[in-house]
Ligand binder design. Structure first.
Ligand code: ACO
Length: 391
């Protein structure tokens, strides 16, 4: 227990809040979460409306600029992004020298960091457009290198998500046929990830920005935070967990008991959330998108059926109900990625592509708020002052 009067003597009166569970670090007008109601708004609009009425690029505009674009604004935004739809050839060389065994998130984060060296724009507004244009290229190049397919170029005739799919999946000298079912599913999953107030990676981006670090290094740091298994890395961990359940004979109860056992570090991946204490509205939408895309593509996925059964069984268990642990966005997103052909190792990269507008909007807001440098306090529990005694 903390002795408050001693604490006051040693440090003055400070708030002790590990994990910032109840600390507001800024005023923000980008997204709003009501964790009790299970509600998520982007700039005031419910996620359920955005998902059915907007494209990812419209959503990006909304998140970055505060309002939905009209037709002319959307056209000009998309055209400007296309203008920056290429990367310096030196980036390809750097990618060539990264071992193929390295995780795509490490590659994406490193390349985003170094990208800065090859951008000459001075206008801040252009930097956002450069990142929106170039991140899909870096992601596609990373994927293609992994599978041993030559690099590709962006197609300016396509919309944002179609271009992304073509850059991932086109084979040299073969025509690539876009599947609108897949484009739609990708569009929706990117929208679901576009912003989520002060999550770990977004706060990382703001924190770096508060020290006046540049946009690219701040975003790169956000990616590193996202990679963690308790954050965006959970999407890969969920599928790996579901595959392990299947492989071990499908005994869901056994895995649920394992997650409940405090002596075992295992957690039911894709369950629980710091803010949502009812349900994560994104998980509800992702579940529907997963069901639809699998049905429309005419594939059968035992992992989807297993995931639904895990959800059902967990939500019958008093441990999960009492602790208010519901599926989060990562529980069903991997099933969508797999259905559209994205391999497990690339899941968190897709999350990063979706979260990019949110990270940038927070960086921009942090600057315009003139937020001070982020610098939390601590409670020192180490040695008292002592003298060095060498033998
Ligand atoms: N499985 C089993 N028990 C869990 C789980 C889980 N998935 N999540 C939380 N708990 C338990 C904890 O053991 C703790 O129990 P206790 O009170 O008896 O000690 C209690 O529920 C509260 O958990 P905390 O870790 O204190 O909650 P916190 O808000 O710090 O963490 C987090 C939230 C990290 C999401 C957590 O629920 C978790 O680890 N989930 C699994 C990983 C995951 O799915 N991450 C993705 C989150 S969404 C995103 O970042 C995009």
């Amino acid at each position: 227990a903390i002795n408050i009067s001693k604490l006051r003597e040693s440090t003055g009166f400070i708030t002790f809040d590990p994990g910032f569970k109840n600390t507001g670090i800024t005023k923000s007008s980008i997204s709003f979460i009501d964790g009790e109601k299970g509600e998520l708004l982007y700039r005031g609009y419910p996620i359920e409306q955005i998902i059915n009425q907007c494209s990812f690029i419209e959503t990006s505009y909304l998140i970055l600029n505060g309002e939905l674009p009209n037709t002319a604004q959307l056209k000009s935004f998309s055209e400007k992004i296309k203008k920056f739809n290429s990367i310096h050839k030196e980036i390809n060389k750097i990618l060539d020298n990264i071992p193929n065994s390295y995780h795509p998130m490490g590659i994406l984060s490193s390349l985003t960091y170094i990208l800065d060296a090859f951008i000459n724009s001075l206008r801040e507004e252009d930097l956002y457009l450069h990142l929106l244009a170039k991140l899909p290229i870096l992601a596609a190049l990373t994927y293609r290198k992994k599978i041993g397919v030559p690099p590709t170029y962006a197609d300016p005739h396509l919309d944002y998500t179609s271009n992304l799919l073509k850059m991932f999946f086109s084979i040299p000298n073969q025509s690539y046929e876009l599947n609108p079912i897949i484009s739609d599913a990708l569009n929706k999953i990117l929208i679901l990830h576009a912003d989520h107030e002060q999550n770990c990676s977004t706060t990382t981006v703001r924190l770096l920005g508060s020290a006046h670090a540049g946009l690219f290094s701040s975003i790169s740091a956000g990616m590193s935070a996202l990679w963690g298994k308790l954050h965006g890395g959970a999407n890969q961990a969920v599928i790996e967990m579901l595959e392990a359940i299947l492989k071990s004979g499908g005994n869901i109860k056994k895995w649920i008991e394992k997650a409940k056992n405090k002596k075992d570090p295992f957690r039911l991946m894709g369950f629980g959330h710091r803010i949502y204490k009812n349900f994560d509205p994104r998980a509800k939408i992702a579940k529907k998108v997963a069901e639809n895309v699998i049905q429309q593509l005419g594939i059968s996925d035992p992992i989807l059926e297993l995931a639904k059964e895990v959800e059902r069984k967990a939500l019958q268990d008093s441990y999960f109900l009492e602790k208010k642990l519901y599926p989060n966005i990562d529980f069903y997103s991997g099933i969508i990625y797999q259905a559209i052909g994205i391999p497990k190792e690339m899941f968190t990269v897709m999350f990063a592509l979706g979260r990019l507008p949110g990270w940038m909007a927070h960086w921009k807001e942090m600057k315009s708020n003139k937020d001070p440098i982020g610098r939390p306090r601590q409670i020192y529990i180490g040695y008292k002052k002592r003298n060095i005694k060498k033998n």
